[in-house]
Design a protein around this ligand. Sequence first.
Ligand code: HEM
Length: 402
Amino acid sequence: PATSHPAAAHPATSHPAPRGACPFAPPPAYQQAVRDEPVTRVALWDGAPCWLVTRHQDTRDVLADPRFSADAARPGFPFLSAAARQIGAGKTSFIRMDDPEHSRLRRMLTGDFTLRKTAALRPAIQQVADRLFAAMTTGRTRADLVADFALPLPSLVICLLLGVPYEDHEFFQRCSRSLLNRDSPVEEVLAAQDALTEYLDTLTDSKRGNPDDGILSRLVERGELPTEEIGAMGRLLLIAGHETTANMTALSVLALLRHPDQLAHLRAHPEATPAAVEELLRWLSIVQTGVTRVAVEDVEVGGVLIRAGEGVICQLNTANRDEDRYPDGDTLDLTRDTRRHVAFGFGVHQCLGQPLARLELEIALDTLLRGLPDLRLAVPFEEIRFRHEMTVYGIETLPVTW
Ligand code: HEM
């Protein structure tokens, strides 16, 4: 029979825990937990205890189980910062709701992110990538891959899809960076949330008499949702739609440059890019703080009893390196079987934008690697700054040359 864990009252490890010598690997304390105590207790920023689920199968079990709620308004929901707690108490988007409300709202967007719909975007995305690539390389031999390519590509694409003017990108990129940074002062995060909310509400209203073929406009025309609800969806898509893919692109290029054998394999086998993208998603698992839920009933997970009202973090990056599922999981191997990885989460909240993210990553890597056969770092690896403080892991800048 399951028992409450003896360490429950005094968690020894913090969340998030520091990474070790390898900046690509999950925190060593968590990787140790996978072996020693796969469902373990951690202390959040305010000292509150929370369960950390570290194994692959347990993660999928939790995320597929309706007894774990994503509703931030429920008592015991684990917030990863003071600002997140304040925002979570207010009106949020469907990523923080349970079914049936969650699926009612999510269903209004699924048609925009099907495989077929996404595949049809390929020429348009390739065109954006080609344009950015030309601007970055023409007459130059050095660039910051983040600012010049990895960030603008998904940002331009999500703006196009939503019907958000890209010329406002400095504003909304600044807001989303504040929102995703756990070290931002609370007032700054709340101000960013308010500014972004007001921006999207105003933009949504402006579509009323003036429709276009973006998602916001289509939601307006459906006539089922109030402005605030459309604005909240727009906010979710705008933030999720560019920070994630941008960081994945930059980290992927860096990871490949650090693994010349893997890079050579990819250069020699252009048809292997989709498989490479999956392995990079697994190996990097950039949603580094994991995904959060609260138990609404007592549930046993991995032999441990989690009680109703207790918070749970599914630590995606350790799950994706769990040796039981991915032998030699710490090794980047572009030819491995990556099926069932949880980089996009699992269950009803599994990433809505994953077909788009995959396509963007594929196009980004192909464009860069085919176009720059001599691509390399322009600074020593040790000088690259990793974004430890962000919900979504990444790098600030990636100086490259060719
Ligand atoms: C949800 C990861 C790109 C939109 C999620 C979740 C993860 C994730 C782990 C689950 C959160 C949870 O269960 O609480 C990623 C990664 C990406 C990426 C690693 C890129 C490499 C995108 C893009 C979009 C997007 C490009 C939009 C265009 C969403 C939305 C949800 C979501 C709307 C909420 C789904 C729901 O609650 O039903 N993503 N994402 N994501 N993602 Fe992504």
